[in-house]
Design a protein around this ligand. Sequence first.
Ligand SMILES: Cc1cc2nc3c(=O)[nH]c(=O)nc-3n(C[C@H](O)[C@H](O)[C@H](O)COP(=O)(O)OP(=O)(O)OC[C@H]3O[C@@H](n4cnc5c(N)ncnc54)[C@H](O)[C@@H]3O)c2cc1C
Length: 289
Amino acid sequence: MRAFTYERPTRLDDAVALLAAHGPDARLLAGGTDLIIRLRDGTIRPRVVVDLKRIAALDGDIREADGALRIGALAVMTDIAADARIRRDYEALAEAAAVVGSIQIRNRATLAGNVCNASPAADTVPSLLVYGARVVVTGPAGVRSVPLDEVFVRSGVTTLAAGEIVTAIELPRPSTRCRSVHVRRTRRRGHDLASVTLTCAIDTDGLTRLAYGSLGPRPLLVADDTGLLADPSAPDGAKAERLETLFAAASPSARSMRASPDYRLAMLHVLGLRAVGTAIERLARGSAG
Ligand SMILES: Cc1cc2nc3c(=O)[nH]c(=O)nc-3n(C[C@H](O)[C@H](O)[C@H](O)COP(=O)(O)OP(=O)(O)OC[C@H]3O[C@@H](n4cnc5c(N)ncnc54)[C@H](O)[C@@H]3O)c2cc1C
């Protein structure tokens, strides 16, 4: 690991200024569960690491504000998985947060870090996509709010501008009754990223949204507004065909050590159909869980 200067500012402006001054030579540190690994293995070699945890304007609060649920940039997976409002209204996000790494990882890993790391396999991202999450950022040009779907480019690369810091992630209140589920396939729970990670949300208007990761350079969001997938009486064969069309853009890498492209694609369809069935059951039951 190359030696670096460790900065621990208390003001957001100072953190933005540090990023502006050092450009690509500076890296932000939240929980460190991705960053420290990359510092250690030398895939990144910053000269300055800027710790976000002492910044007074950043918090890990989860609170309702302006018709949305605001999740502060320092909120960790353990708190997200346990939050009663998330478990009730955004249950797939609670489920995804609950399977990230191990207890120790979840006590450190932030939701914002999971987003900003931009791994195609990030477990919370499919849920955030189906809920229409927005990312609130502060940077040299001020504050802006971006739809999460516009943030990802490819593994490790986002559209966030140099010097921008995520301060919160906002989930709009679901406009109709909606039930969701997160599912994934992984080789070893707690130690490995998912070979497929997927969320399905179905609402009472018959709209089905699915988002999936680990099958291409970035997580993808698709939707079925025909009502077919949400129809409890529609045959599985017809749903499988619809999913085939919706998942057409999946393009798993042949170079991954985790699973072959054929296996990932097969699992995407199995998990997709299973998730649709679970979301329908939950909608029929009417309550989370
Ligand atoms: C053993 C192990 C198991 C894991 N298992 C899983 C798993 O099952 N599923 C999964 O999805 N992930 C997993 N991870 C990855 C990791 O835990 C998550 O991606 C985590 O959410 C990252 O959050 P963090 O706070 O630790 O981010 P950090 O490591 O601190 O930062 C990650 C990246 O985001 C940037 N960043 C952080 N916060 C901000 C911000 N507010 N604004 C702008 N940029 C920011 C950092 O500069 C860095 O580039 C695992 C990691 C380990 C070590």
